[in-house]
Write a protein that binds this ligand. Structure first.
Ligand code: AMP
Ligand code: ZN
Length: 117
C-alpha cells in the first residue's frame, strides 16, 4: 500500500529506529534528523514517517503531510536560530537524489551562495 515502510529504504530504517540518527524534531507524521554529511552549519533533513519516493508523490497522496514538512522545516530553522535558510527537495537521481524517501533539506547558518545550483 502507498506510504508503507520499504525494507530496502535507509530512511524507513531511521524512522523505525533500526539505524541511529540525530533526531532534532518529531511529530506524529514527521521526523527531522541531522544530515550525516552537512553542507552548512545547519543541515537537517525533514521527512515523513510514511514512505513516499519523492515530494510530488507525497503531495498527491497526503497533501497535509507534504505541507507539514514545510512547517516543520520552519520550526527547525527557528530552533537553530536561523532567519534565512534554503529548502531543497531533490526529485530524481539526475537532480542529485540519492535516498528515495522524500526529505526536505534545511540549510543555513552561513551565507548561502545566490542562485539555484
Ligand atoms: P538526497 O541526495 O537529496 O537524496 O539527500 C540524501 C541526504 O541524506 C544526503 O545529504 C546524505 O548526506 C544524507 N544521508 C545519507 N545517509 C544518512 C544517514 N545515515 N543519516 C543522515 N543523513 C544521511
Ligand atoms: Zn522509506
Amino acid at each position: 500500500m502507498s506510504g508503507e515502510p520499504q525494507a530496502d529504504c535507509l530512511f524507513c530504517k531511521i524512522v523505525a529506529g533500526e539505524i541511529p540518527a540525530t533526531v532534532v524534531r518529531k511529530t506524529e507524521r514527521t521526523i527531522a534528523i541531522r544530515d550525516i554529511n552537512p553542507q552548512a552549519p545547519t543541515h537537517v533533513l525533514v521527512m515523513p514517517r510514511a514512505h513516499y519516493p519523492n515530494a510530488p508523490e507525497l503531495a498527491a497522496a497526503e497533501p497535509l503531510v507534504a505541507a507539514e514538512l514545510l512547517t516543520e522545516a520552519a520550526e527547525v530553522a527557528a530552533e537553530e536560530g536561523i532567519a534565512d535558510y534554503r529548502l531543497i527537495l531533490n526529485v530524481g537521481a539526475g537532480a542529485g537524489q540519492t535516498v528515495f524517501h522524500v526529505h526536505v533539506h534545511v540549510l543555513g547558518g552561513k551565507p548561502l551562495r545566490e542562485g539555484m545550483v
